[in-house]
Design a protein around this ligand. Sequence first.
Ligand code: SF4
Length: 470
Amino acid sequence: MSGGNTFLGMPAFPRNAAAAVQDSQLRFNLRKATHTIRGKRASVVAELPDWAELRAAGKEIKDHTLRNLERYLLQMEEAVTAAGGHVHWAADAEEANRIVADLVKATGETSVVKVKSMATQEIGLNEALQAEGITAYETDLAELIVQLGDDWPSHILVPAIHRNRSEIREIFHDKMADWGRAAPEGLTDEPRALADAARLHLRERFLSTKVAVSGANFMIAETGTLVVLESEGNGRMCLTLPETLISVVGIEKLLPSWRDLEVFLQLLPRSSTGERMNPYTSTWTGAVEGQEFHLVLLDNGRTQVLADEVGRQALRCIRCSACLNVCPVYERAGGHAYGSVYPGPIGAILTPQLRGMGSALDASLPYASTLCGACFEACPVAIDIPEVLVHLRGKARHPRTERLGMRAAGWVFNRPARLARAQRLGGRFRRFVPGRLPGPLSAWTDTRDIPDIPAESFRDWWNRTDGGAR
Ligand code: SF4
C-alpha cells in the first residue's frame, strides 16, 4: 500500500507531452471524456440568457474580494471562532501539513477520510501524513481510483479521466483489498458494478473513521460558513460522520456574503459537470454538537500571486475545469505532462506563479499553450489566461541563442532602412537559406517550415510599381 505519488522532479512540459501523445489509449480516453463534458457544458450555458452578466458578476465579486482580502479573512476568522471553530493560519505547505498532522495526532487516531480537495493535493498532505504514520483515505470515486492505482490525478474535476472502465475494474480487482474491503467476486466493468464496489468499500471506511479532512469550494465571510459542492454524496458523509473535521482552504476561496454565493452556484455546476445544479451542496458553520471543527487558512504562494497585477486574476479561479476541457493542448498531452495537481490552461498560469519558475518544468508551463483563447472564452470568471501566459513568458528565462536572436531582430526592425537592406539581402541569397536551422535553433524548425523568402520584398515592389499603379 502506497500513500500516493508526487510530481516533483518531472522533466519540462515538451518532453512529458512528447511521451504522452504516443499513448493512443490515453488520447482516446481524453478526447471522449473532454468532448462529452464540453458538449454538456455548452448546452446548459446556452440555456441562460444572462450568462454573460453572471460571468461579469462572478469576475467582479472575486476581484472585489481579492482587493479586500485581509478584511474578509479577518471577518471569516472572527465568525468561525464565534461559532465554536478553531482557525489556523498556514504560510506554506509545510506549515499546513504540520498543523493537520498535529491535530490528527491529538485525537489519537491514525487514519483520516478525505473529501476531494485540490488544496490538500497541492500541499502533498497525504504524503506528509503518511510520514507521520497517518493514512489518508480518499473517498471521491475518481480520487479513490487514482489512490488505489498509485497514480497521479490528471484533471481537476475528473482526476482519473485518463482511465477507461476496464482499467478501473482491474485496479479495483487488484488493489482494493490492500486498502480495506476487497472488490466483489466476478466484478465486471459495468459502471453500476464499479460504483457498487466503491460504495461498499467506502461505506466501511466512513463508519469506522473518526477524523475527516476536506477543502472547500467557497467560504462566506459574513457568517464564517464553508461550502462544498459535489456529485456523489461521499463528501457529505465525511463532513457529517467523523468527530473531528479539519478543512484546509486556500485564502482566495472567500466570498463576502451569501448573496455572492448565488452567482457561483449558477456558474460552477454548469461550467464543471455541465449540470444545472450539483447534486449535493453542503454548508457548515463552526463546530456542531459532537464534532470539533478546525479551519486551516492556506497561503502557500497566494499573496505573492496577488502582488502581480496581471497574474493575480488566476486567483479568481473556481476550479471548474472548463478551460481544460476546451484546450487542444490538454486534450492531446493529458494532465500528467503539466507536472502539477493543476493541469491544463489554469495550471499553466497558476503553478509557475505559486511555485516560481525555478525548475525547467515550471519555466516551460507558460509555453504549454497555442494561445488560441478557447480557455478564456470558457472561463466562468473571465480569467484572460492567454494574457497571463504571455506575461509569464516575458518573465521566464530564455535560452541564450533565443535572446541573441531576438536582440538581432530588434536591431534590424528598429530602423526601416536596416529592415529594407536586410530584406534585399535575404532576397538575393534566398537560395542559400537552409530548410532546417543548425544547432539548438533546430528545435524551432523541427516542427515548422521556414517560409520561402520572395525574390522581391513588398516594400521594393511598392516602390517599383508605385503601389501597383504601374
Ligand atoms: S481558469 Fe476559469 S475555466 Fe479554468 S478552472 Fe479556473 S475558473 Fe474554470
